[in-house]
Design a protein around this ligand. Structure first.
Ligand code: ADP
Ligand code: MG
Length: 259
C-alpha cells in the first residue's frame, strides 16, 4: 500500500501583513504525481519554498518520511532526496548543457568536496560516476546532441529540459516542478507529459505546480487547489473539474490569466 511520504500540516507563511500560505495541509504518497493548482498569486511557489527550505513557515509542520524537515537548509533538504526546478529558468547560460547537468551532481557530492581538494582516488571515481549519470540524463531527456552547446544559446523549450535533467541528475526521491509547462508550445507540452510519466515510472514521486489546466488534468493522480493561500478543494482530476468552488475560483478566471 502506498504510504504518505510528504505531509504538510497547517503550514502558514506570512510576508508582513500578507498571509501567502494559510494553514495549508496535504499529503503526497510515494509514487504519486501530485498537483497543486490555483490562480496567480495563490501561494503555490511559496508552498514549494517552504518545503525546499528557502523559507521557513511560521507555523505548521513539513514531514518527509516521518522526519520534521521544516527549518532545515536547502542543502539538507536536497540531501534527503527532495529536488526542485524553478518557475523561471535558472541555468548557467555560458556553460554547456552537460556542465549544467553536471552541476546537479556537484550539489549532491558537495559534502565530499575535500576528496576533490586532496585529489584522492575517490574523487576520480566519483567524477567518472558523475559523468555516467550526466550521460544517462542527457539520453533520457533527448539532450545528447546538445551536450557541448552553451545552454543560453538554445531554444527555451530545450533549456527547460536541461533544468529537469539537472534536477534528475541529483537522483531525487521527490521531484518538485514549478510550472514546468510555462512557455512551452503544445508539442513540447505533450512531450513533457510523457517525460513526467517516465520519471514516475522510475520510482520518483512528482509534485508539480501548474498553470496549464489541461496539462494538470492529464498528468496528475491527485490535486490540491489553493486560492489566497488556503485549500479550497482536493481530489482526483475528474472530481476537481466538477467542483463548484474550483470553477468559481480558477476555471472562471481562466480568460484573465493566460499571459
Ligand atoms: N518574498 C516575498 N515577499 C513578499 N511577498 C511575497 C514574496 N513571495 C511571494 N509573495 C506574495 O505571496 C503571494 C503568493 O505568491 P506565490 O507563492 O508566488 O504565488 P503563485 O506561485 O501561486 O503565483 C503573492 O501575493 C506574492 O506577491
Ligand atoms: Mg508561482
Amino acid at each position: 500500500m502506498a504510504h504518505n511520504e510528504l505531509i504538510l500540516t497547517d503550514v502558514t507563511k506570512r510576508f508582513g501583513g500578507l498571509t501567502a500560505v494559510d494553514a495549508l495541509s496535504f499529503k503526497v504518497s510515494a509514487g504519486q504525481i501530485y498537483g497543486i493548482i490555483g490562480p496567480n498569486g495563490a501561494g503555490k511557489t511559496t508552498v514549494f519554498n517552504c518545503i525546499t527550505g528557502i523559507y521557513k513557515s511560521e507555523q505548521g509542520s513539513v514531514k518527509w518520511r516521518g522526519e520534521e524537515i521544516r527549518g532545515l537548509t536547502p542543502y539538507q533538504i536536497v540531501d534527503r532526496g527532495i529536488v526542485r526546478t524553478f518557475q523561471t529558468i535558472r541555468l548557467f547560460s555560458q556553460m554547456s548543457v552537460a556542465e549544467n547537468v553536471m552541476s546537479g551532481r556537484h550539489i549532491k557530492s558537495k559534502q565530499k568536496l575535500w576528496h576533490g581538494i586532496v585529489h584522492s582516488p575517490w574523487s576520480k571515481r566519483d567524477e567518472l560516476a558523475n559523468w555516467h549519470k550526466v550521460e544517462e540524463q542527457l539520453d533520457f531527456f533527448n539532450l545528447s546532441e546538445f551536450a557541448a552547446i552553451p545552454t543560453g544559446s538554445l531554444p527555451y523549450g530545450i533549456q527547460r529540459r536541461v533544468e529537469m535533467a539537472r534536477a534528475m541528475a541529483v537522483d531525487p526521491t521527490l521531484l518538485i516542478l514549478d510550472e514546468p509547462a510555462a512557455g512551452l508550445n503544445d508539442k513540447e507540452t505533450m512531450e513533457l507529459l510523457q517525460t513526467i510519466f517516465k520519471i514516475r515510472d522510475k520510482g520518483v514521486t512528482v509534485l508539480l505546480i501548474e498553470h496549464d489546466m489541461d496539462m494538470v488534468m492529464e498528468v496528475t493522480d491527485y490535486l490540491t487547489v489553493i486560492n489566497f493561500g488556503k485549500k479550497i478543494a482536493e481530489g482526483t482530476p475528474e472530481a476537481i473539474q466538477k467542483d463548484p468552488a474550483v470553477i468559481e475560483a480558477y476555471l472562471g478566471s481562466e480568460d484573465d490569466d493566460d499571459e
